[in-house]
Design a binder for this molecule. Structure first.
Ligand SMILES: C[S@@+](CC[C@H](N)C(=O)[O-])C[C@H]1O[C@@H](n2cnc3c(N)ncnc32)[C@H](O)[C@@H]1O
Length: 287
């Protein structure tokens, strides 16, 4: 038996005590909105053991302290990566991109061509495949979008994935998944292998925690928040859905992930408009 708070991460069979798991679960809920059932304990234990071994940390309490220490941002981001997945790919859940192309974009492009403002948001964008897929869809039907007041925002809580997204470089096998109709926008094996500037300049990336108040003044015409809220508990999900509903223009669209469900007060204002697709009703009208 090992003493509480004192571990030997060099041992292969390291496992968190119930108390240690609870401490991590509480931290993750408070700071990231994550819901961590006790069934996750073995997974968290093995991932944390690897991390502590790499970092040569021998006491769990030292790791916990590092989450509030001088490198807290980096440490917290490392913990978040360990507790969630960044899995994503270009044009994931393709029906959403069909709705975007056929129903959402045509009136917005008209609006932008008349001098109006259009804002799309990929919230929880991971390494950027989602906002780049949105941008390709936009440029395919509105090649001059970057010259209009047409902007896409890509955000994630994890600064590491946001940096990847900004770098705009992807392995050949991932780029090969993109439909040939976008070939003009996909980098050839060039000097830097990045997505072309025409695509990059449509998107602004930033770090943003969805469980904190949103820092925007203007509203969005469409929000993609897919496969993110799945990590949150029910009350946190409902808060986030309401925050999105408030951040949408009337008639704006919200796309959520295939295993996520709309619930709580936001469901009164968000009318179903397809699979995991919702339209924000004008104020006063309810579903
Ligand atoms: C599975 S990826 C989803 C990527 C993309 N939306 C998609 O559907 O392919 C989940 C992302 O949510 C991010 N995430 C988790 N909690 C978050 C939070 N509280 N605020 C913002 N992003 C968060 C993770 O960092 C991760 O990059």
């Amino acid at each position: 038996m090992r003493a509480e708070g004192s571990i030997s991460p060099s041992t292969e069979n390291f496992s968190l005590t119930d108390q240690e798991f609870e401490a991590i679960a509480q931290f993750a809920h408070k700071h990231f909105g994550l819901a961590m059932a006790s069934s996750k304990k073995p997974l968290v234990s093995s991932r944390l053991a690897r991390k502590l071994r790499q970092r040569n940390i021998t006491r769990f309490k030292d790791y916990l302290a590092s989450l509030d220490g001088p490198n807290a941002d980096q440490e917290r981001s490392g913990l978040l990566s360990l507790l969630t997945t960044n899995v994503t790919h270009f044009f994931r859940e393709p029906h959403h991109f069909e709705t975007l192309r056929n129903d959402v974009l045509p009136p917005l492009i008209e609006q932008a061509r008349r001098g109006g403002r259009v804002r799309l948001w990929s919230a929880g964008c991971s390494n950027g495949q989602e906002p780049y897929s949105i941008a390709m869809t936009v440029l395919d039907i509105c090649p001059e979008a970057a010259q209009l007041d047409f902007k896409i925002l890509g955000t994630d809580i994890d600064p590491v994935v946001v940096q990847h997204a900004q770098a705009a470089k992807y392995p050949e096998d991932e780029l090969a998944q993109i439909d040939a109709k976008y070939s003009k926008l996909v980098p050839k094996r060039g000097p830097d292998g990045r997505f072309p500037e025409s695509l990059r300049k449509l998107i602004t990336f930033g770090v943003l925690n969805l469980i904190e108040p949103f820092p925007f003044r203007g509203r969005f015409d469409a929000i993609f928040c897919r496969n993110v809220a799945i990590y949150f508990d029910n009350p946190t999900q409902q808060k986030v859905w309401s925050a999105f509903q408030n951040a949408l223009n009337p008639g704006g669209y919200l796309f959520i992930g295939h295993s996520e469900r709309m619930s709580g007060p936001a469901a009164q204002q968000l009318k179903t408009a397809g699979i995991t697709t919702y339209v924000n009703l004008p104020a006063g009208r309810k579903t």
